[in-house]
Design a protein around this ligand. Structure first.
Ligand SMILES: Cc1ncc(COP(=O)(O)O)c(C=O)c1O
Length: 448
């Protein structure tokens, strides 16, 4: 390449050029015409490069539960970067990884005692699915290879996660996916559940669909069922009353492992440390991510029962029990962030706070009912979804415009999936901020 070529290339790729970054889950061409840029964050607010404050209505991406740039977490990460930047966890370890694992096991419902760390929700899901399959192998049930997910489920973007997931757009371009996967029906029916606060009365019976799937494939072929206790990404669909208990019973009856994907629901989103705690149903494997570090450093993982963990702890002492792991499993920065984040959650009682403000949040969300564009509202914990009536022939167009206008003209960040708006503010949100968020959204939706 000539010097002139180099110069032309570096000018094309100047720091202000938006071309090189292929953005995830974003209409890139539209974004780059009118970018939504964020330069800084503190507590409940993002700040644009020109200093405009934008209220974070979504805890980033369902992850910054403690709010932004919280000093104890920032300090812990800084200290850790100086003390120990990296240590392998294949065959070696750093002490705090064990401390965080213990704290997470203590936070999880009784019976979930062992933590395997990954770096994201997607990796957590793949880890959970692999452990489920391997568990059946090491316990002499190698024929149990089927995985059962659910329609409208989101389990990240790995091949395992999209296979058990139930979002058509996330699956349709990626070939045959994992074999042997089946899906439960989703639990949403607008006619029967519209404008429900909390867990819908209707839909618990849909758990019995698992019996139909068992009858079709035979229990001896099924390894695990994976569900989100509250499906977040497809629009805040809380489990109907009795649904999770029934799933648990059917799984127990047939020797099938139950996996809760708690990537969104763990760490206070539903007013408890985990959704399992809220619903009084303990899975065999639970995934987590996001809130574990309040979004500051990537981390995810799974928490498993003694029974599953102990099944692997056999054979010669020098032999590796599970051939799985990531270079960055229990990365020191993530571990430090995790320990500091849990301390903030405990010290500020943020899970209890979410429970305390749940009714206020629900009332504020439901104040949007009656607007002509609003088709349904669902709310549970500090999470709400507002379904809009899609534009004729242009699904997703209205939702996208609402999100754009919210950011550029109304100083709030909302999340949209197609024509559903989702709100999940940091758990430090004040009642006055809840009111401001929904009043602003009401004004904005009134423009349509
Ligand atoms: C339930 C659930 N599982 C998995 C994931 C994937 O997490 P990540 O984006 O960190 O890979 C998400 C992300 O939103 C999620 O909501």
């Amino acid at each position: 390449m000539s010097a002139a070529d180099d110069l032309a290339r570096s000018e094309a790729l100047s720091p202000n050029d938006l071309g090189a970054f292929w953005m995830p889950f974003t209409p890139n061409r539209s974004f780059k015409k009118n970018p939504r840029l964020i330069a800084r964050a503190k507590d409940m607010y993002y700040y644009t490069p020109d200093g405009r404050a934008v209220m974070d209505g979504t805890a980033g991406l369902w992850c910054c539960n403690a709010g932004h740039a919280r000093e104890p977490i920032v300090k812990a990460i800084q200290r850790q970067a100086a003390d120990l930047d990296f240590a392998p966890t294949f065959q070696f370890a750093h002490p705090q990884a064990f401390t965080l694992a213990t704290e997470l096991a203590l936070m999880a419902p009784e019976g979930l005692e062992h933590v395997f760390f990954a770096n994201s929700g997607s990796e957590g899901v793949d880890t959970a699915l692999k452990i489920a399959l391997a568990y059946h192998n090491v316990t002499g049930n190698g024929s149990r290879t089927r995985l059962i997910g659910r329609e409208r489920g989101y389990h990240g973007v790995g091949f395992g996660g999209i296979s058990v997931g139930g979002i058509v757009t996330n699956r349709k371009h990626y070939g045959g996916l994992l074999g042997g996967v089946d899906h439960l029906p989703h639990t949403y029916d607008r006619e029967k559940q519209a404008f429900t606060i909390g867990e819908p009365e209707w839909g618990g019976h849909l758990a019995d669909e698992l019996e139909r799937i068992v009858a079709l494939h035979d229990a001896s072929t099924i390894a695990a069922v994976i569900v989100e206790p509250m499906a977040g990404s497809t629009g805040v669909l809380p489990a109907p009353k009795g649904y999770l208990k029934r799933l648990r019973e059917i799984c127990d009856k047939h020797g099938i492992l139950l996996i809760f994907d708690e990537v969104i629901t763990a760490f206070g989103r539903l007013g408890y440390a985990t959704a399992a705690e809220r619903y009084g149903v303990t899975p065999d494997i639970m995934t987590f991510a996001k809130g574990v570090t309040s979004g500051t450093v990537p981390m995810g993982g799974v928490i498993v029962s003694d029974r599953i963990h102990d099944a692997f702890m056999k054979g010669p002492d020098h032999a590796i029990e599970l051939f799985h792991g990531y270079t960055y499993t229990a990365h020191p920065l993530a571990v430090a962030a995790g320990l500091a984040t849990l301390e903030v959650y405990r010290g500020e009682g943020l899970f209890e706070r979410a429970r305390e403000f749940e009714a206020h949040f629900a009332e504020a969300a439901m104040s949007l009912k009656g607007l002509p564009v609003v088709a349904d509202i669902r709310v549970v914990g500090l999470a709400a979804a507002v379904d809009l009536h899609p534009r004729q022939g242009a699904p997703g167009a209205l939702g996208y415009e609402v999100m754009e206008r919210a950011f550029h003209h109304h100083d709030i960040m909302v999340r949209v999936t197609a024509d559903t708006i989702a709100l999940s503010p940091p758990l430090i949100v004040k009642p006055s901020e809840i009111d401001a968020l929904f009043e602003t959204l009401k004004r904005l939706l009134g423009e349509f």
